[in-house]
Design a protein around this ligand. Structure first.
Ligand code: SAH
Ligand code: SF4
Length: 343
């Protein structure tokens, strides 16, 4: 049976014509599927019973289901979700006074194996469908309203998986999330985080959309970066920087460099100099991120005095830098900790 959400609106309209239903009904159903995010055909109460049963015979509607909800002491909510094939993924809602951020997964596991990331220890089992990414946003939105009194204001593709290795579905999910037929969110409220896949960055630049991009940099020379991120062998920094400049030319959006400070690995002032040199090669912001503990990883988080010295060194040189507090660590909901531990 065909999954009804795999159809575009024109395809749905054709399918309706074939079963002798008027075109406008297809539009109604499309609204139920996306704008109203119905989880079953039976919920579509402005359709006749007869039509609903006709549709149920022809189509299935597969939706992501909430499995486990965990709430951190700091208010962060982690959702374990079950897919139609029983695989599990995680998403996170991070509440702040003036915003609610939803962090979504793009794959089950990850095919890359960055040495510091819990998801990297899992196999990549499969890509998520656009609808499965969309469903995470809908579910996280519900928790944003419930726990933070406001719907999601921002979405980051920083959950499990490498978004640019599931390129088409990730782009399609952004279209659903931002379309007036979907959730109608502003493109500029969305950030796609990547380990640095040049070809994907160039393709995104050509999409004609206005979402943001974050690069998981974590080391500012090829030699050092290769030690912790395999992807750097096939996508060296010069190429990544070139593609980010192309992205900036096309969209006017600066890139955010994500930089985890590891003790004794990338936290010296010489490392800061390398980072500054990259910063001057492409319009960028820098986010300094605290390393969240992952079992089996030998890297440790930087000492506080080294972190402060590193950050001051950047600030004194007028670099645009923010230090990100980690959220949801007590429930393994922080960056890099998503690994379906509750299985
Ligand atoms: N695959 C994409 C998006 C998911 S990872 C990417 O790598 O960008 C989301 C962010 O969490 C990335 O910036 C990643 O580098 C970071 N991260 C991974 N492990 C982490 C850890 N142990 N502590 C803090 N951040 C981590
Ligand atoms: Fe995959 Fe990103 Fe984790 Fe690297 S940091 S293993 S790319 S999820």
């Amino acid at each position: 049976m065909q999954d009804i959400r795999q159809l575009t609106l024109p395809q749905l309209q054709t399918a309706f014509e074939q079963i002798g239903e008027p075109k406008f009904r297809a539009k109604q159903v499309y609204e139920w599927l996306w704008k109203k995010s119905a989880h079953s055909i039976d919920e579509m109460t402005n359709l006749s019973k007869e039509l609903r049963s006709k549709l149920s015979k022809q189509f299935k509607l597969v939706a992501v289901e909430e499995n486990i909800v965990q709430k951190s002491a700091d208010g962060t909510v982690k959702l374990g979700m079950r897919l139609h094939d029983n695989r599990l993924i995680e998403g996170v809602m991070i509440p702040e006074e003036d915003r609610s951020t939803g962090c979504v997964s793009s794959q089950v596991g990850c095919s890359l194996s960055c040495t510091f990331c819990a998801t990297g220890f899992l196999k990549r089992e499969r890509n998520l469908e656009a609808a499965e990414i969309y469903d995470q946003v809908v579910l996280l939105n519900k928790h944003a309203i419930e726990h933070n009194g406001k719907p999601l204001t921002n979405i980051v593709y920083m959950g499990m998986g490498e978004p640019l290795l599931n390129y088409d579905n990730v782009m399609q999910s952004i279209r659903y999330i931002t379309s007036p037929d979907g959730l109608g969110m502003a493109q500029k409220r969305i950030t796609v985080s990547t380990s640095g896949i040049s070809r994907g960055i160039v393709r995104m630049a050509d999409e004609g959309m206005k979402f943001n991009i974050a690069l998981s940099l974590h080391a500012a020379t090829n030699q050092k970066r290769e030690k912790i991120m395999d992807i750097n062998y096939s996508n060296p920094l010069e190429e990544v920087i070139r593609s980010l400049n192309y992205f900036y030319d096309k969209t006017g959006n600066k890139v955010t460099f994500e930089y985890i400070l590891f003790d004794g690995f990338n936290d010296s002032l010489e490392d800061a100099e390398h980072l500054i040199s990259l910063y001057h090669q492409v319009p960028a912001f820098i986010n300094i991120i605290e390393y969240n503990n992952v079992e089996g990883v030998t890297l440790k988080k930087a000492k506080r005095e080294n972190r402060d010295a590193f950050v001051s060194y950047l600030r004194n040189r007028n670099i645009s830098v923010a230090v990100r507090r980690s959220r949801g660590k007590d429930i393994d909901a922080a960056c890099g900790q998503l690994a379906n531990k509750n299985k």
